[in-house]
Write a protein that binds this ligand. Structure first.
Ligand SMILES: [Zn+2]
Length: 234
């Protein structure tokens, strides 16, 4: 049984030891977080220690490029580019009166993101809702095949806002994906899905973990590299 501690949106693997006198956090080369603590250390004390070092932890993770930094805020003006499945589409503000049969505040049509101009103050929410829906549909479609190949049975899979992470996996089998995955190219989304599914078999980024990922995605290294270099730019 691996003890996991979930704080903010980060998951720490807890390693207790008789010899240890202090609490310390290590960020592994692959980005996994390890919390070392004295054997009898109470949970509240652990939580406090982690919360004090959250900023440090995020900085370390960002240095390793496993997190994406939020991009420049969007302005929601005509011609601005928005990503979807690795492509960029421009925004067109449309007059709500002139559009026939469209009650949707936002849609992707004929290669344009069309936003009703009167909905512009809520543009950010509309985009997030639209992306979340697309990500759910995509995930449902793509995950089925990988679930069979990894041979796992996730308790649930959902799409939400996950702070700075693309995906997360709880030891009890709940997988979550950031809605922003849908901005990425399909082959990168596949890599993120497989990565989280394999975590249901291997909690850590061990040799065996990567071997399993590779069996399903032979060129996973390239995709991993692409994600760490470009993921923050979408
Ligand atoms: Zn991982």
């Amino acid at each position: 049984m691996i003890e996991q501690l979930q704080i903010s949106d980060l998951s720490f693997t807890l390693r207790r030891s008789e010899r240890r006198k202090t609490i310390g956090i290590t960020v592994d080369r692959d980005g996994s977080l390890i919390l070392r603590a004295p054997f009898e250390c109470p949970d509240e004390q652990l939580e406090r220690a982690v919360k004090e070092k959250l900023l440090w932890t995020y900085t370390k993770l960002a240095e390793k490029k496993l997190l994406f930094r939020p991009t420049r805020p969007k302005k929601f003006i005509d011609g601005e580019g928005f990503h979807y499945l690795g492509e960029s589409y421009r925004l067109l503000l449309i007059d709500p009166q002139s559009t026939r049969n469209s009650t949707l505040p936002l849609k992707l049509q004929d290669g344009w993101f069309m936003l009703r101009s009167n909905e512009r103050p809520r543009a950010e929410q509309h985009f997030e809702a639209w992306y979340t829906q697309q990500a759910r549909d995509w995930l449902r479609m793509r995950a089925a095949r990988f679930v069979a190949r990894v041979d796992v049975q996730p308790r649930s899979m959902d799409v939400r806002s996950l702070g700075f992470r693309w995906g997360s996996c709880s030891p009890t089998g709940y997988l979550n994906f950031h809605w922003r995955i849908i901005l990425l190219p399909p082959e990168i989304i596949d890599y993120i899905i497989v990565h989280e599914l394999v975590h249901l078999r291997e909690a850590h980024h061990s040799l065996e973990f990567w071997r399993r990922v590779e069996r399903i995605i032979p060129d996973y290294l390239q995709r991993k590299k692409w994600l760490s270099e470009n993921g923050c730019k979408v």
